[in-house]
Ligand binder design. Structure first.
Ligand code: HOZ
Length: 432
């Protein structure tokens, strides 16, 4: 029996890196087994340390919308690298990227670049508090906005109480202003605004939540979020770190704007696709609010690597590709075919299964019906999910190693990749 190089590397890593990984979900703790150490990636695939190929449905948790190693992006990055890695001073490329973002996302009149989604959400939150002079915030159970203290929180015992930290090291004082509500629950939302509305700085939400796999905010719920924020003077912040330039060119907000006349959030956090795989994120909103940021205003925010010249080159090249005619239509069609193929394969074998997708983002559940909130997502039979995950992994298909994570299809995934994936799933469901 030969030892897998993934196992060898995992053992080495565990001696030096907590859990052997630099971000917890990568450790396969939820599904068990050894994480795959990636050697290289190209197009829709990556190869692990044993040289085994996988069809990649994570794409670095969202950024790789063009697939790995896109030639145009590589060229732009190589060119930028030759001019210097980091200056800590402004560059023309930052201005170009800001112009692109403002052009593509109408609710954003001004934008600031940062390095990670956590930073974007954390800064948007501080700005909302600074702009309103209020402290309280609403977040929804199951939505994830990075690991800033005030947002690492789960629901408390009732609406009049505040949330409890979900991580050690977060003092109760850090979450004392955070109210945690159930996603898609209008009655609870209304009750919360009636109780706390005048002290609320903002409501932060993932419009399509990719951290409880894939759950959309229903139209009536979204409408009510907007109405109540407007009525009480709280800012509506969309965390589009996952959905921005992923579900549509204008993000999830453009989809809601098609259905709710005049709809827009007050602020947006972006990440993942805008960096094309480099550490780059952003937050933006109206000029009036954004001008409250330092150096113009009193809300402090800064970063040595913010607007990094290589990352902005990568992001710009990526955003130019996704604007090509027909890009999202083709991506959405391919993603849909994956979800419908998997659903048909499971249902044919009598397995409860359902899924949803938008643009190049998808989710699937071993449930009979699409869930609308975190509690329902968590009713999934997790041992069954883990068996599915490992069977697919053995067959060279790499899904997120946790049942509450969304999946991603890239422009490099071919019809043959989808077919091979559905075939692998069909075999599993038939013999499970
Ligand atoms: N924040 C990601 C999960 N929703 C994980 C990122 C990573 O491990 O790279």
């Amino acid at each position: 029996m030969t030892t897998s190089r993934n196992d060898v590397l995992f053992e080495r890593a565990k001696k030096l890196i907590p859990g052997g990984v630099n971000s917890p979900v990568r450790a396969f703790k939820a599904v068990g087994g050894t994480p795959r150490f990636v050697q290289r990636a190209q197009g829709a695939y990556f190869w692990d340390a044993d040289g085994k190929r996988y069809i990649d449905y994570i794409g670095s948790w969202g950024p790789m919308i063009l697939g790995h190693g896109h030639s145009g992006v590589i060229e732009a990055v190589q060119k930028a690298m030759m001019d210097g890695f980091s200056f800590g001073a402004p560059t023309e490329r930052e201005v170009e990227l800001a112009e692109e973002i403002v052009k593509l996302v109408p609710s954003i009149e001004m934008v600031r670049l940062v390095s990670s989604g956590t930073e974007a959400a954390m800064s948007a939150l501080r700005l909302a508090r600074g702009a309103t002079g209020r402290s309280k915030i609403i977040k929804f159970e199951g939505c994830y906005h990075g690991h800033t203290d005030a947002l690492l929180v789960k629901a408390g015992s009732g609406l009049a109480t505040f949330g409890n930290p979900t991580s050690a090291g977060v003092p109760p004082e850090a979450v004392q202003h955070t109210l945690v509500l159930e996603y898609n629950n209008i009655a609870q939302l209304e009750e919360c605004f009636a109780l706390h509305g005048k002290q609320l700085a903002c409501l932060m939400m993932e419009p399509i939540c990719g951290n409880m796999n894939f759950v959309r905010a229903t139209l009536p719920f979204m409408k009510r979020c907007r109405e109540l924020c407007t009525a009480y003077g709280a800012l509506l912040i969309f965390d589009e770190v996952m959905t921005g330039f992923r579900v549509a060119l204008g993000g999830a907000q453009s989809l809601y704007a098609e259905l709710i006349p005049g709809f827009k959030p007050d602020m947006t956090a972006l990440g993942k696709v805008i960096g094309g795989g480099m550490p780059l994120a952003a937050f933006g909103g109206s000029k009036a609010v954004m001008e409250m940021l330092a150096p113009l205003g009193a809300v402090y925010q800064a970063g040595t690597l913010s607007g990094n010249p290589v990352a902005t080159a990568c992001g710009l090249a990526t955003l130019r590709e996704v604007q090509k005619p027909g890009f999202y239509e083709a991506l959405a069609e391919r993603t849909r075919s994956l979800v419908t193929g998997l659903t048909a394969a499971a249902n044919k074998a009598g397995v409860p299964f359902c899924g949803d997708s938008q643009g190049g983002m998808f989710g699937f559940f071993l449930l009979g019906q699409l869930p609308q909130n975190y509690a329902t997502v968590m009713t999934t039979d997790s041992p069954a999910f883990n068996r599915f995950f490992h069977a697919m992994l053995d067959k060279g298909v790499y899904y997120a190693p946790a049942l509450y994570e969304a999946g991603f299809v890239s422009a490099a995934h071919t019809a043959a990749d989808i077919e091979a994936t559905v075939d692998a799933a069909t075999q599993f469901f038939a013999h499970r």
